[in-house]
Write a new protein. Sequence first.
Length: 112
Amino acid sequence: MALPQLSQDISPADMDRMVENATRASNFLKAISHEGRLMILCHLVSGEKSVTELEQLLSARQAAVSQQLSRLRLEGLVVPRREGKAIFYRLADDRPQRMLEVVYELFCTDAS
C-alpha cells in the first residue's frame, strides 16, 4: 500500500484526524517497543497462553510477565480470560501479528 502524499492545503479536519491517528500509532509502537512485550506477542501469535506458560517460555518471573501483560492490555493489544485461578491471554486483533510479520521480515530473516 502506498503512503498518501501530504500537501500544504490539508483541511483542519484532516489534520486533526492525522494527529489522532499518529497518537494511536505512537502508543501502539511504544507498547511493542519493549523486548519483553515483543516476545510475549511473538508467543501469543501461535495462540492463547496462560501467564504460567508465558513465564516458562520467557524464563521470566511472574511479576515481570504480569507487568508487561498489563501494558499490552492497557493498549488493547491482548485480551485476558480467567479460568479458575489461571489467567490466559490472546491477541486482541490482527494488528500485533501484522506488525510482527514486518519486524520478522526486517530483522529475523536471512535477507536482513
